[in-house]
Write a protein that binds this ligand. Sequence first.
Ligand SMILES: NC(=O)c1ccc[n+]([C@@H]2O[C@H](COP(=O)([O-])OP(=O)(O)OC[C@H]3O[C@@H](n4cnc5c(N)ncnc54)[C@H](OP(=O)(O)O)[C@@H]3O)[C@@H](O)[C@H]2O)c1
Length: 203
Amino acid sequence: MQIALFGATGGTGRQVLDQSLASGHTVTALVRDPAKIEARSGVTLIPGDVLDQEATSRCVQGADAVICVLGSGVGAEPVEARGTQRILEAMQTHGVLRLIAVTSLGVGDSRAQVGADFQRAMDTVLQPIIAAKTEQERLIRASGLDWTIVRPGGLGDGPRTGDYRSGTDPTLMAGLVSRADVAEFVLRQLSDASYLHQCPAVT
Ligand SMILES: NC(=O)c1ccc[n+]([C@@H]2O[C@H](COP(=O)([O-])OP(=O)(O)OC[C@H]3O[C@@H](n4cnc5c(N)ncnc54)[C@H](OP(=O)(O)O)[C@@H]3O)[C@@H](O)[C@H]2O)c1
């Protein structure tokens, strides 16, 4: 498959990129700093910012599916909603239907799936990011595309284990999960429509 990837230089994005290539997919990645990604067969880099509609459009053109693992650091202007708006516009323009986007457990109707401490953080220090992710999910749900929103628990940099829980059971509580395992779950969605128009947790 030809995958358009947003967030390839991030922790989860690097895992998505590596695992995509290992599975035989080709990837076109929009990156703000191409020097962060080692040149490899199967990867095409589009230098640019997701807020640049022209660059985002070039990344999406010709893709079979789009994977979005954009994120914002605390204190930065959150990019999730505005970036996703550009991605959705590009997908509509080029007739690309399949979107898998990573947000977070705690967002939207999953608030009760995170602990009290994280809920307090969501209401204070993380409020701008959670608001951006909430709007991001709203935009995706309203897009009419073939979307899946993946909501991880707390991310860690451990190895890929396959030892995680996933699904839409609202009693599934957030716990740690490695970015490598999240990437594996994300890539599984490319060939599995079980979670079409759903927001599975991975934790
Ligand atoms: N940390 C956690 O425990 C946790 C828990 C649940 C969910 N999540 C969410 O899971 C997702 C993945 O997390 P992560 O830690 O792997 O992400 P990350 O390392 O913070 O990576 C974020 C990616 O977004 C890119 N990006 C940001 N703004 C951009 C822009 N304007 N244009 C283009 N690219 C831009 C970054 O590019 P640059 O390299 O150029 O900055 C980077 O590739 C995020 O949405 C995060 O909020 C995190």
